[in-house]
Design a protein around this ligand. Structure first.
Ligand code: BG6
Ligand code: MG
Length: 218
């Protein structure tokens, strides 16, 4: 099948919001006396809000009512929204915007496939919303990564079949989701994390369209 589209994850691929998610969860954890550090935070990469909270609470999750869980998620998001007010176009990761522009110039369709409910706002703050033909975010589907639903939704919005699209992801859960949906995959980061992808790059820095296409041929 010929490749006609690319679906990009946001956090960790186009910008690095992981630090803001960490600070917001850390603030909530400190207020509640929960243990939470940067190592724990690594496990939350690509994981939706509710599942992230469940991972932080671990076996203690059952000690809280649904109302408390909802309040924790809302509070974390309030903190997160405060932190991401600082985001500007300077926060786009190196060469990500150039690659998006190159893909557009080469007539590939481009979608966002992010588990974040705040993805649109982040794209607006980065000033690159206009580079996407479709946006799939945390509000688009029920089942989050590692379920393939979000990427399937994105492909549908692009009017393409999964095997005509490449998913670019930095999270293990994201690669798993893309593979489950029948997409080609580019993993960004260390092999321990994205080793299941069809091709791996450390980041998008210095990466051109030809590099992506060549890497997927092997
Ligand atoms: C993903 C992040 O993109 O979005 C996760 O990698 C985050 O860390 C998830 O939990 C959900 O984000 P939000 O903005 O809906 O809480
Ligand atoms: Mg990510």
């Amino acid at each position: 099948m010929t490749i006609h589209g690319f679906i990009f994850d946001l956090d960790g691929v186009i910008t690095d919001t992981a630090e803001y998610h960490f600070r917001a969860w850390k603030k909530l954890a400190e207020e509640n006396g929960w243990a939470f550090d940067r190592r724990e935070n690594e496990k939350l990469r690509g994981v939706a809000r509710r599942e992230s909270l469940m991972l932080i609470l671990g076996e203690h999750a059952s000690e809280y009512s649904e109302a408390q869980i909802q309040e924790f998620m809302a509070r974390k998001n309030t903190y997160y929204l405060q932190f991401i007010q600082e985001i500007t176009p300077r926060d786009i990761l190196p060469d990500a915007k150039e690659l998006l522009a190159e893909l557009r110039a080469a007539h590939f369709k481009i979608a966002l496939g992010s588990a974040s409910k705040n993805a649109r706002q982040v794209l607006q703050s980065l000033g690159i919303e206009n580079l996407f033909d479709a946006i799939a975010d945390g509000n688009s589907v029920e089942r989050q990564k590692p379920a393939p639903d979000l990427f399937l939704f994105a492909a549908k919005e692009l009017h393409l079949a999964p095997n005509e699209c490449v998913v670019v992801e930095d999270a293990e859960a994201g690669i798993e989701a893309a593979k489950a949906g029948g997409f080609l995959t580019i993993g960004l980061g260390p092999p321990e994390r994205v080793g299941q992808a069809d091709a791996i790059f450390p980041s998008l820095e210095g990466v051109h369209v030809a590099d992506l296409l060549n890497a997927l041929k092997q």
